[in-house]
Design a binder for this molecule. Structure first.
Ligand SMILES: O=C(O)c1ccccc1NCC(=O)[C@H](O)[C@H](O)COP(=O)(O)O
Length: 223
């Protein structure tokens, strides 16, 4: 299975085009007003049209109400809903049933105790995104550019596909993958020149580094 690369928090046509042309497998669109990457529904509609099936569209929400999710579905028609709040297992099930789309549940990690929620979510979610737990005073639960201790996932036995995120960049993603054995990497701050300002060169460098890491792990596996 090839490594999945997600570029999250895209908000301009130009940087979305860069991510698509560089080979991103997933492009993430944030619908959370306190975020510097938040999109209006109209911009989400416009950027969604631009994707044209070249990558999976991921709608990122945080404890969104039904009307918000309906509006996002109408505007973006996401391939995946990324639920990055305190959504319950029952809410995951409801969202999957209502929209008929896969859900990726973000699991915030700071200590081993944070993994206790996995059995419940793993029974319903299609994919797990491990992210660094945000500080208590943070204005958002993700996109903060800080890593968590990847060794907490060293002995993970999860039957579900999972991605690693939180403070990743071109120079540390290989180590994150080596330690966590994740099937995908996700980045936002690590490809930005300023909060919410994606940098095309950094996007290309991240995807290049991810592909290089994938190639080297495949070489090792065939030896
Ligand atoms: O990116 C945001 O602004 C954001 C806001 C609210 C909830 C989640 C958010 N991002 C979620 C992501 O999937 C990020 O890519 C992930 O947290 C990693 O972010 P970073 O550490 O900045 O690479």
């Amino acid at each position: 299975m090839s490594l999945l690369v997600k570029i999250c928090g895209l908000s301009t046509r130009e940087t979305l085009q860069t991510a698509l042309e560089a080979g991103a497998d997933m492009v993430g669109f944030v619908f959370f007003p306190p975020s510097p990457r938040h999109l209006s529904l109209e911009l989400g509609r416009d950027l969604g049209r631009q994707v044209e099936g070249r990558a999976l569209k991921v709608a990122l929400t945080v404890d969104a109400d039904d009307a918000t999710l309906d509006n996002i579905m109408d505007a973006l028609s996401p391939d995946i809903f990324q639920l990055h709040g305190k959504e319950s297992v029952a809410q995951l099930r409801d969202i999957k049933q209502r929209f008929g789309r896969p859900v990726m549940k973000a699991v915030p990690v700071a200590t081993a105790a944070d993994l206790a929620v996995l059995p419940g979510y793993a029974a319903v979610a299609d994919r797990i995104l491990f992210d660094a737990r945000a500080p208590k005073d943070a204005t958002r639960p993700g996109g903060l550019g800080e890593p968590f201790d990847w060794h907490l996932l060293e002995n993970l036995d999860l039957r579900l596909p999972y991605m690693v995120s939180g403070g990743l960049h071109a120079d540390n993603l290989a180590e994150a993958l080596r330690v966590t054995r994740a099937g995908g990497v996700d980045v936002s701050s690590g490809v930005e020149s300023a909060p919410g300002v994606k940098d095309p060169k950094m996007i290309k460098a991240f995807i290049r580094a991810a592909r290089a890491s994938q190639d080297s792990s495949q070489e090792l596996s065939v030896r």
